[in-house]
Design a protein around this ligand. Structure first.
Ligand SMILES: Nc1ncnc2c1ncn2[C@@H]1O[C@H](COP(=O)(O)OP(=O)(O)OP(=O)(O)O)[C@@H](O)[C@H]1O
Ligand SMILES: [Mg+2]
Length: 174
């Protein structure tokens, strides 16, 4: 495996793709995010670094509106995540509209969240067919191409329990 990181030629003028603005998040008395600002431009690769329990996953979950923010806002490609702005006030979107927004955002969970009763290939085909209404044959072709890309084309018919931790994570990435 190798990773390719493209250096933006014009980092300042590139479009802001992920815009996190003054985000606060608390769980009861525990204040996890205290006014986080983050801008990621198109093509940029960003690493979020910090001790265990410092809020990295929570921040990523707010970007997908899996956690509601207490204060602040997040926009992706210029569109507010989880809220709409009307008359200077934020109103939370209906679950149906949040789900639609999420179909455009990729997210690899820390604990992979593979379906244990489905093969590797079936795990990859499920969401495109059920959520995006892609034809099964097309979804399977895409799944096999993605598996090859993460070096797992020989594991399409294996179940998650038959894979190593890193292999399971690569399935989740695919
Ligand atoms: N749903 C929740 N309810 C209550 N507390 C939570 C919840 N989710 C996370 N926390 C707490 O918020 C803090 C931040 O958790 P988070 O998962 O964001 O950490 P992290 O930086 O991703 O850590 P790690 O490096 O261990 O994955 C932790 O103290 C955690 O216990
Ligand atoms: Mg985490």
């Amino acid at each position: 495996m190798s990773a390719v990181t493209s250096e933006p030629a014009d980092p300042v003028t590139r479009q802001v793709m992920v815009d996190v603005h003054g985000v606060h998040k608390s769980f009861g008395p525990l204040e996890v995010l205290r006014g986080v600002d983050l801008r990621v431009r198109t093509g940029e690769v960003t690493v979020i670094l910090g001790p265990s329990g410092s809020g990295k996953s929570t921040l990523l979950r707010t970007i997908n509106h899996l956690e509601k923010v207490g204060q602040g806002w997040i926009a992706i490609d210029g569109e507010l995540v989880g809220y709409r702005l009307s008359g200077g006030k934020l109103y939370e979107l209906k679950e149906k509209d949040v789900l639609k927004q999420r179909t455009g955002i990729g997210f690899v969970f820390q604990n992979f969240n593979l379906f244990p009763h489905l093969t590797v290939l079936e795990n990859l085909v499920e969401a495109p067919v059920s959520a995006l209404r892609r034809p099964r044959r097309e979804a399977e072709a895409t799944a096999r191409r993605l598996l090859a890309r993460v070096g797992l084309d020989d594991k399409a018919d294996a179940y998650p329990r038959q894979l190593s931790g890193g292999q399971q994570q690569r399935v989740a990435i695919a």
